[in-house]
Unconditional design. Structure first.
Ligand code: SF4
Length: 319
């Protein structure tokens, strides 16, 4: 998938090795489940052996921000309809089938903090657990509770190296402040931290991505994960999708930092979209998205509903 290139670095955290945000740390039960499921995807044995590598779960519609690119803009800020028990009744069947990784998102998962902590505690040591977060309000007290619950990692959204620009993109004047606080507090308690960036065409054209990577390095963040803007939610019908030249630029940067030993001290720069040329999208097969109304989709961007599995049934697309 990476063209026979080898990453020049991995990271050791809490006695385990990590090399990106999508694969559970090694050694762990989560790592084994994740890659056994991957092998079953590659070579089918029987339905009984098929399971998911990753389940993304939107646990709330609440969010303190108002981001320019939000894919959930239409339903955000509405009342949550699923109780904690409703959520676990939907996740448990995947745990029984040894899902490798749970990723909690929203809305902002920290906006439903008590339930988030209960979920992480419930599935601690059963699989890898991450949050995708703006880090808004992520105090040291909350970081300690997340660590105690068993959170493995957090991908924090930062979209510009200039504070005012990031805050404007996120529609909140304190967003940048909380990104830095959240990174610091999670690092202090020993939770692995990565940064998610959604760079606009203008940001890439202004050659700012490498300035951003230097900022991540200054913040001691080992991984920068590049997500492409998509024409959904608030970006529906807007000319936001990256052109070939932007994609090529991001791919060049990703390869430079990941495979050139001269950049050993820099963060790993993940750009998953670059690998779609080599591998089909894993949505609906390797991973699924469970939304805050209990509906199951191939991913947060594809709105074709799937049916929920029980311990006896397999996943299938709804009619
Ligand atoms: S933090 Fe996430 S959920 Fe909240 S507005 Fe921004 S993109 Fe949407």
């Amino acid at each position: 998938m990476m063209g026979k290139n080898k990453l020049v670095r991995a990271f050791k955290t809490n006695g385990k090795y990590v090399w990106d945000i999508y694969n559970p740390a090694w050694p762990s039960k989560a790592f084994n489940s994740f890659f056994i499921n991957h092998l079953h995807e590659l070579e089918y044995i029987s339905d009984e052996h098929m399971s998911l590598r990753r389940l993304l779960i939107a646990i709330t519609k609440r969010c303190p921000l108002k981001c320019e690119h939000c894919s959930e803009g239409a339903t955000l800020y509405n009342q949550d309809v699923l109780s904690y028990d409703d959520i676990i009744s939907r996740i448990d069947p995947f745990i029984k089938k040894n899902v490798g990784q749970l990723v909690y998102s929203g809305g902002e998962p920290l906006s439903r903090f008590e339930d988030l902590v209960k979920l992480i505690t419930r599935y601690n040591n059963k699989c890898d657990q991450w949050i995708y977060t703006s880090a808004y309000g992520l105090t040291i007290e909350k970081a300690k509770l997340l660590k105690k619950a068993g959170l493995n990692g957090a991908a924090i959204s930062l979209d510009h190296h200039i504070e005012e620009e990031h805050n404007q993109f996120r529609g909140n004047q304190k967003s940048y402040y909380w990104v830095l606080e959240g990174i610091k507090n999670l690092q202090e308690v020993g939770i692995f931290v990565a940064i998610n960036i959604c760079p606009t065409k203008e940001y890439i054209d202004s050659n700012s991505v490498e300035i951003f990577i230097s900022l991540a390095q200054e913040l001691d963040v080992p991984i920068v994960n590049i997500l492409e803007p998509r024409g959904v939610g608030n970006y529906q019908d807007k000319d936001v999708e990256l052109e070939i030249k932007h994609k090529e630029s991001l791919e060049r940067i990703s390869k430079k930092y990941n495979f050139n030993p001269a950049f050993f001290d820099s963060p790993t720069v993940i750009y998953p979209a670059a690998y779609r040329k080599m591998m089909p999208c894993g949505g609906g097969k390797s991973y699924l998205f469970l939304d805050y109304d209990g509906n199951l989709y191939p991913c947060p961007f594809c709105k074709a509903k799937m049916t929920l599995p029980t311990s006896d049934t397999e996943l299938c697309e709804a009619e």
